[in-house]
Design a protein around this ligand. Structure first.
Ligand code: FNR
Length: 186
């Protein structure tokens, strides 16, 4: 069984990116488990608090889940044509202490997908993640893309991904990403 940890980069209960995460889990291929992680309990990074109190429990837990997963998918919103601060903050915490980066992220297959009510599909936010993925020593996935535009129209009232074209894109992505992850595990 291949385990993929999908991290939602929004705190909103009705987040389109959380809806996309659920669709990715639903449409993942057989033999793949997609677990969901939230960044809700992660405080703002504060070097003084790290020095005196160490890592918050939510950060330790997220780091361990990333380390244990065979692959990770970041489900990112786009703010001002880049990464939302709350999401970057959470990943920054998981990169502490730096000596632990290799255990948590080294060679880890990581994909980035995203959804927006706007027209441009979070493309700029997805690209903005690349320097971070490189800095952390991950193995970024450069297969098919999931750039969900007009999110208000493709998810239904219950938050289910209803648009058949976008469902097919997500299914294709998850199949290709799971294969990529399995190739690294060999
Ligand atoms: C946005 N939004 C946005 N959308 C986009 O496609 N490109 C952008 O540059 C921005 N910029 C932006 C800045 C800020 C500060 C906010 C709050 C929002 C809109 C954004 O995509 C929208 O709020 C989504 O609904 C956020 O994702 P979730 O919370 O639905 O997952």
């Amino acid at each position: 069984m291949t385990t993929i940890l999908a991290i939602a980069g929004s705190l909103r209960a009705k987040s389109f990116n959380l809806m996309l995460l659920h669709a990715a889990a639903e449409l993942a291929p057989a033999g793949t488990t997609v677990e969901s992680a939230s960044i809700k309990d992660i405080p703002l990074y504060d070097g003084d608090s790290e020095a005196t109190q160490g890592l918050p429990a939510a950060v330790v837990a997220l780091k361990d889940r990333i380390a244990k997963a065979d692959g990770v998918v970041l489900v990112t919103p786009e703010y001002n044509n880049s990464i939302p601060g709350v999401f970057k903050n959470a990943i920054d915490w998981t990169s502490r202490p730096a000596a632990d980066i290799a255990r948590v992220y080294g060679g880890k297959p990581i994909g980035v997908i995203g959804a927006t009510p706007g027209p441009a599909g979070t493309g700029l936010a997805q690209v903005a993640w690349l320097p971070i993925l490189r800095t952390l020593g991950t193995l970024p996935f450069f297969g098919p893309r999931v750039m969900v535009s007009n999110a208000g129209k493709v998810f239904d009232e219950q938050g289910k991904l209803a648009d058949p074209t976008v469902r097919a894109q997500v299914e294709k992505y998850m199949t290709a990403f799971a294969q990529f992850v399995m190739r690294q595990a060999r």
